[in-house]
Design a protein around this ligand. Structure first.
Ligand code: DGJ
Length: 747
């Protein structure tokens, strides 16, 4: 049995290198209690327990604070029939409820058999512990179908769950719904539910409501993760859970296609969360001997409030999800990017890009990225997508001269791509009209004058890998901004296995939803394997493709096309609930913003410093004073960015709640803290209220390094207890004033 370090009773949260020595406990990641048919999974400060009941059904037995090794919970028992409307199948908190035996709440699995049976009753068959991983096998009582449930415990405080549905018979099954997992919370009252919704230009909006009887459905039907909702949930207790205190059960999915999370509260007071593939328009033919695996559904528990839930997810993503995993924390944090999109859109030449690059280097930028418009006949969004060769009109000698110039300026080079799309006005479309998703007799719906390629097709996948590989092999490209600018329509695939133009099979064609995402992942995985230094940003008209599936393969995210500094704070407040600041790219752009708001340059910078700082403004139009301020701010940012990107985030005051807001970050080893503070509009000449920091060592002394010494009113060296108790006094006034303070621990 593998022993892992889990943070037990100590104050250190998830880090195994915490600054304050604490009694880390060696506990089993997975403990089988064979005599009770129970399995105990420990992840950080959380324990999750499952067990087999007297009917052979696998139940959730416990999800909450860490249980000590050796502690046991009551053995599994199905709930008795409460009335004839409530069979035990429906009321017992099943781990992986399949539709059958009278179950009516949300189910994780729904399968049709060839003999007409549309139900399943899954009974425990076997279990296997392998280090921090547990596999439990269930088998249907009537049909040749097994379900493998997988659990993986992570020391950061997260448990991953997913399933594999295996056909062990000779005929095929039709799967109508396959979730990754159902998470049962403790039965009871007084829960509150939080989730993220949004729109183009307004992603990651945080919602909160009491959890009421019935279902709350978050999902995507757009073919990608979507702007409208993000696959994350968080459930707390009303009146108990705050940003910094109280119980939180939280989770997020790793899937970049149609997904669904159903948060349910039954009339018998059982909260349940079921998530995975979206059953909408879903079908998967499970042939004899074949398996279908579902995406990973990650979840955790903390009693440290919403802020702690986010910190657990952030550390988990840095250690276990992002392409560099673990390494990412040691490695150089995200570089400061310059992206030319807002400055030039597609109207540029090599010379205008070089002029921007020269200014960017002076402003402290480390990576120069040319956005859309460098290929094919791409002068506007009517043409060119699919023709991935450099346009000689803009780059007569190809990309090499500009890349060399960018390198000479001390930056590396990145470029924009949108591989899954095609303009009808392109050579690719003229050669392969059948490569675009379509139903043969139906008009193809264009959005932004473009169509979706059918990436489920093997020929499209191979074409995509080949040109991307060539582009990156022939040019010294450090970074791809991988964009995706429309949603799906006409999701036909009449050459799918089991379908043909002569004998179309609509159910077989629905495999397009899964296969296209699998192929997307495969292309990126192959590209990264062949070019290990290549980094990738996930963009989809802003934040339309952000989830733990794409983040396993991409280093950062473009969270929104909205760079207005006030709106961005709302978006970043929501984004950081679910995702690490290291992935959250933010550019400083020109004003007026999309909201026609005029915001001073420093305020725009200090907002963009909440994550991975970038610049998108037209630097050739910056005054000398603006250039000098930009250089000063990027220099400051470089001294704090490891803490911002990889430390522990304390969201001190929400931009949604008042006229001021603050974010604080504490380095993982406690050596530095960073405060970013804002006033949107001062009122009644009131002074800026003292900002009470969190997460510091009360006994330590901190040396203050203020970005603006004239805006900091305090001692040069201050104790942690004063910084947290009395707070930091800042002189912020007027409209859109901001500053930053770094605190270096001295003893
Ligand atoms: C949408 C992205 O979000 C923008 O940043 C930019 O890359 C455009 N696409 C380019 O078409």
């Amino acid at each position: 049995m593998l022993k892992v370090l889990v943070a037990g009773a100590c104050s250190c949260v998830v880090s195994l290198t915490c600054f304050v020595p604490c009694p880390l406990l060696a506990q089993s990641a997975v403990r089988a209690q064979a005599d009770r048919q129970q399995w105990y999974l420990n992840a950080g400060k959380m324990t999750y327990v499952v067990g087999v009941n007297e009917q052979g059904i696998l139940q959730t037995l416990y999800w909450g604070p860490l249980l000590r090794d050796g502690a046991v919970v009551p053995v599994a028992r199905s709930l008795p029939e409460r009335a004839s409307q409530y069979p035990p199948a429906a009321t017992t908190p099943q781990e992986y409820p399949a539709y059958g035996a009278g179950i009516f709440p949300e189910t994780a699995l729904k399968v049709n058999s060839l003999n007409g049976d549309r139900t399943l009753v899954l009974h425990y068959e076997s279990a296997r512990v392998d280090g921090a991983k547990l596999e439990i096998v269930l088998k249907d009582t009537a049909q040749p179908l097994r379900v493998h449930l997988y659990y993986q415990a992570y020391a950061e405080g997260v448990l991953a769950r997913w399933s594999r549905i295996e056909n062990i018979g000779k005929g095929s099954f039709g799967i109508e719904n396959a979730a990754s997992a159902t998470w049962n919370l403790p039965a009871g009252t007084g829960y509150s539910h939080r989730w993220l919704t949004g729109m183009w230009g307004g992603e990651f909006q945080l919602n909160e409501e009491p959890l009421k009887t019935g279902k709350s459905v978050q999902e995507s039907r757009t073919g990608h993760t979507s702007h409208e909702a993000n696959p994350w949930f968080s459930i707390g207790k009303q009146g108990e859970t705050t940003e910094e205190t109280g119980p939180v059960w939280f989770g997020e999915l790793g899937w970049s296609g149609n997904w669904q999370i159903v948060t349910e509260y039954t009339s018998l007071e059982q909260p349940r969360v079921t998530g995975g593939y979206n059953p909408f328009d879903f079908h998967w033919t499970l042939a004899a001997g074949a398996s279908l695996e579902t995406p990973k559904f990650y979840a955790g528990y903390t009693d440290g409030g919403e802020g702690q839930a986010s910190r657990i997810l952030s550390q988990f993503q840095l250690q276990e999800i992002l392409p560099k995993r673990g390494e990412a924390r040691e490695a150089k944090p995200r570089p400061i990017i310059y992206n030319s999109w807002e400055a030039t859109e597609m109207n540029f030449t090599a010379d205008t890009q070089i002029a921007l690059a020269e200014r960017a280097a002076k402003a402290g930028v480390e990576r120069f990225v040319i956005d859309d418009g460098w290929f094919g006949k791409r002068d506007d969004d009517h043409a060119g997508l699919g023709d991935w060769t450099v346009t000689p009109k803009k780059f007569p000698q190809g990309l090499k001269p500009i890349i060399n110039r960018v390198h000479a300026l001390g930056m590396d080079f990145g470029i924009w791509v949108e591989p899954e799309m095609v303009n009808p006005d392109s050579d690719l479309y003229r050669q392969h009209p059948d490569w675009a998703m379509n139903f043969p007799d139906r008009q193809r719906t264009e959005m932004r004058n473009q169509l979706m390629l059918n990436l489920a097709r093997t020929d499209v996948k191979e074409w995509m890998f080949t040109w991307l590989d060539k582009l990156v092999s022939e040019n010294d490209i450090a970074f791809l901004k991988w964009d995706y600018n429309r949603i799906w329509s006409e999701p036909g695939w009449n050459t799918a296995p089991g379908s043909s133009p002569e004998h179309p099979n609509p159910d077989a064609e629905k495999a397009i939803y899964l296969q296209s995402i699998r192929n997307l992942y495969e292309v990126i995985d192959r590209l990264r394997a062949k070019h290990p230094k290549l980094e990738i940003e996930s963009c989809s008209s802003g934040g339309g493709r952000v989830d733990l599936g794409i983040l396993e393969r991409t280093d950062e995210v473009w969270p929104s096309d909205n760079t207005d500094a006030l709106d961005r704070q709302d978006i970043q407040w929501g984004y950081t609930q679910a995702y690490t600041p290291q992935t959250m790219v933010a550019w400083v752009t020109d004003v007026p913003s999309m909201d026609h708001r005029m915001v001073p340059l420093q305020y725009r910078f200090v907002v963009a410093m909440q994550g991975a700082l970038g610049i998108g403004a037209n630097l050739t139009k910056f005054s000398d004073a603006d250039m000098a301020l930009s250089a000063k701010l990027t220099e400051f940012y470089k001294t704090v960015r490891t803490t911002v990107q990889q430390g522990k985030l304390y969201r001190l005051a929400s931009p949604l709640a008042g006229d001021t807001s603050q974010m604080e970050y504490v380095a993982d080893d406690g050596s530095q803290a960073v405060l970013l503070a804002y006033v949107h509009s001062q009122r009644f000449a009131l002074p800026y209220a003292a900002v009470h920091l969190r997460g510091l060592d009360p006994d330590a002394m901190y040396h203050v390094h203020a970005l603006d010494p004239d805006k900091y009113a305090g001692e040069a060296t201050v104790s942690g207890s004063v910084l947290m108790g009395a707070g930091v006094n800042l002189k912020l006034r007027g409209d859109y004033d901001s500053t930053a303070v770094a605190l270096e621990r001295v003893r």
